[in-house]
Design a binder for this molecule. Sequence first.
Ligand SMILES: Nc1ncnc2c1ncn2[C@@H]1O[C@H](COP(=O)(O)OP(=O)(O)O)[C@@H](O)[C@H]1O
Ligand SMILES: N[C@@H](CCOP(=O)(O)O)C(=O)O
Length: 325
Amino acid sequence: MINGQVLVKVPASTANLGPGFDTLGMALSLYAWIEMEAVPGGDTVIELYGEGLEGIPTDKTNLTYKVAKLVFEEAGLEMPELRIAMYSEIPLTRGLGSSASAIVAALVAANALAGSPLGEDKLFQMASELEGHPDNVGASLFGGIVVSAWDGTRAEKVRIAPHENLEVLVAIPSFQLSTEKARHALPAKLDMKDAVYNVACSSLLVAALASGNLELIPFAMRDKLHQPYRAPLVPGMSEILEQATSRGALGIALSGAGPTLLALVDRSSDRKAELESFLLDTLRAYGIEAQTMWLAPALNGPELAIFDAGKTVTFMERIKGEVRA
Ligand SMILES: Nc1ncnc2c1ncn2[C@@H]1O[C@H](COP(=O)(O)OP(=O)(O)O)[C@@H](O)[C@H]1O
Ligand SMILES: N[C@@H](CCOP(=O)(O)O)C(=O)O
C-alpha cells in the first residue's frame, strides 16, 4: 500500500461515433481528476470540488468509493478508510462519458494506492463490467480511438491513433439525459436491413479512421441502430444529423446516449463558425439552450502521479494550472 496520495487525471469520451453502438469510443480533451489516499484510523471522506459534481453523493454510496472497494476486494487486500477528492470538467449525464471517467479514475487510483496489484487488462475488464459496455471506458483508459467488443465476459480492443487533422465540436444541451433512459428508448429487435446498414457503416468508419481516410467519414458516420430511436429525446437532433455535413462537419453523431451532439471537423476547415452557429441556432429553434466546446481527441489515457505522505499542497492547488478557467 502506498503511504501518500495518488493523483489521477482521466479524459472524457464520446461513444458510438454514430454507427459503432457500444463498440467505438474516442477520448476527448476534457478531464476529471481524482486524488485518493488511505486514512488509517480515520473515517472515509469524499470531497467534491467545482460546480460540475453537484448532486453526487459524498458518502460510501459514491461510485468512486464503490469502485475502489472492488479493486481492494479483487486484489485480496483489506479495504482502508479513504480520503477521495474529485474535480471534473465533464458535464454529467450529457453523453460525454462522465460515469466512465469516474470509474476509470477510481480503478486506476485505487490500484495505484494498493501497490498496483491489477494489470491494465484487468482494469479494462472490470471497467467494462461496471459500465455495462466497453466503448467509453476503453477510450478513457487507453486514449485515442478505441474499437472494442465485449461478449459479457471478456472485452477485447484495438486502439487507433486519431488523424492529426481531426478536431471535435460538441454542442452540449442544458438538460440532462441519463444513459439508462436513452437505452430504454431502444427497440428490442432490429430490421435485418438496418442491422446490415450499421455493420457496413461501422466497419467502413473503423477502416477510414485507421487508414486516415477522412473523406469517407461523412458516408460512414451514419446510423440506423440507435439514433433514430433516441431522436425524440433531443429536439432538433434529426435536423442536425441530416444537415451538419452540408454545414461544415466531416461527420455528425449523437455523443454516447446524448443529449450532446458531436461533430468531427477537419482542423483546416474555414467553415467552423458556420457549423457552430448552425448547431446552436437549430437547437435554439427547438427551444434548447446549449453550450459549444471545441475539443481535440485526447491521445493518452490516465495520467498518474504519486506524492509522499505529509502533504502541504491541497488537491485544488495541485491541479489548478490544468483545469479550464
Ligand atoms: N465523479 C463522479 N463521482 C460519482 N459518480 C459519478 C461521477 N461522474 C458521474 N457519476 C455518475 O454517473 C452518472 C452519469 O452517468 P450516465 O447517465 O451514464 O451519463 P454520462 O456518463 O454520459 O455522463 C451521474 O448521474 C452519477 O451518478
Ligand atoms: N454505447 C452507450 C454509450 C453511452 O455513453 P454515455 O456517455 O451517454 O454514458 C450508449 O449509446 O448507450
